[in-house]
Design a protein around this ligand. Structure first.
Ligand SMILES: [Zn+2]
Length: 370
């Protein structure tokens, strides 16, 4: 068996309430569609992880932050949010539940637990790929939660792999529409990580970081590669970014394992973002990631959670995952693709961005000098 899918029903508690864009039914909608279209056991196995404990969380967070999250979200789930003097010290306002939320902190721990299990399964050789449904909390920081993210399982995965398995070359690829500002804070000075982040131009969308000039710090200069694509960048732009920047870098870096995060918010109808990827494009992105992973014997950890169009989300995730894990599935377009999206009219702007990326990294990577 090559593919493990980590999921349990409790993950649905990762729900900020009715009036908030992030809801827990996304997970069951995806699992329902997956199980309906492709039987488990032949192609993949669904496994349940345990929640991360305090020791695990302390790898990525300070104790006072963990205590705050536990108290605050526990009280929110019980229907009472008192006056929290420290709220804005620990959480941005978009992490504030609206209406009746689920047991967010418990689910956030479970997400880190799934990431840990995914790393162990792949490193232990039991599975080539492990997919954490609900993972990819890339905006969360050591002592601050934002962008709907509480505990950063992306950074946890990289740090855990380096710490426990003594890995020296972990490639973290963020394909979410938003830049992974939290992940970047954790990893930008870490010489054992190559962090590649493809996203919508941060001048036009939250979190406002992830420009090409941000290339990493200290011993890890050149190890952060931001690819900020123009508004409306579609399938062809993404393919070009993979073919001309991401794949050559991966070949030169020779990672020991790849951690990818990002869900469906690249879709042209997402609602919170302005990119132009189609359902077919998600499969191509997944296939490119699979091609990258061939360099490290297929070893890949996949963390998937984002997306803000509930109708599109399960189709996009399924299409992406079928590419990542080579599942025999073709997923149909759920919304008619407009002509301007089909043609990817911003290719010229994309080419300019890729040129800039190569320029800023020319002193660090041979593949950009050739
Ligand atoms: Zn996002």
């Amino acid at each position: 068996m090559n593919v493990a899918i980590l999921y349990r029903d409790e993950i649905k508690e990762y729900d900020f309430g009715t009036g908030h864009p992030f809801h827990g039914e996304r997970y069951s909608a995806f699992m329902h569609m997956l199980l309906k279209r492709l039987a488990p056991d032949d192609y993949y196995r669904v496994l349940k992880a345990e929640a991360a404990d305090n020791q695990d969380l302390l790898k990525i967070c300070d104790q006072d932050y963990i205590d705050f999250c536990r108290d605050y979200y526990h009280s929110a789930a019980s229907g009472w949010v008192g006056f929290y003097e420290n709220l804005t010290r620990y959480q941005s306002l978009d992490n504030k539940p609206i209406g009746m939320p689920g047991q967010l902190e418990a689910a956030a721990r479970l997400i880190v637990g799934q990431a840990k299990m995914a790393c162990d399964l792949v490193q232990g050789g039991e599975y080539k790929k492990a997919i954490s449904v609900g993972g990819g909390m890339h905006h969360a920081k050591q002592r601050f939660g934002e962008g709907f993210c509480i505990y950063n399982d992306v950074a946890f995965s990289a740090l855990y792999l380096i710490d426990k398995y003594k890995l020296e070359r972990v490639l973290v690829l963020d394909t979410d529409a938003h830049a992974g500002n939290g992940t970047s804070e954790y990893l930008r000075s870490n010489p054992n990580v190559l962090y590649i982040d493809i996203h919508q131009d941060p001048a036009t969308v939250y979190p406002g970081t992830g420009f090409v000039q941000e290339i990493g710090a200290n011993d890890a200069k050149g190890h952060t590669v931001n690819i900020p694509l123009p508004v409306q960048a579609g399938d062809a732009s993404f393919m070009k970014a993979f073919d001309e920047v991401v794949l050559p870098l991966t070949r030169e870096y020779k990672p020991q394992v790849i951690v990818r995060n990002g869900g469906s918010d690249l879709h042209f109808n997402d609602g919170l973002t302005y990119l132009g990827v189609t359902i077919a494009g998600f499969k191509m992105v997944g296939e490119k990631v699979r091609e990258m992973a061939e360099i490290c014997g297929g070893k890949q950890i996949d963390l998937i959670a984002s997306g803000y169009n509930a109708e599109v989300l399960p189709y996009a995730w399924l299409s992406l995952i079928s590419g990542v894990a080579d599942l025999p599935l073709t997923v149909e377009e759920v919304v008619k693709v407009p002509a301007q999206i089909e043609q990817d009219q911003v290719m010229e702007a994309t080419e300019k961005v890729l040129e800039e990326v190569r320029y800023h990294h020319r002193n660090y990577w041979k593949c950009f000098r050739d």
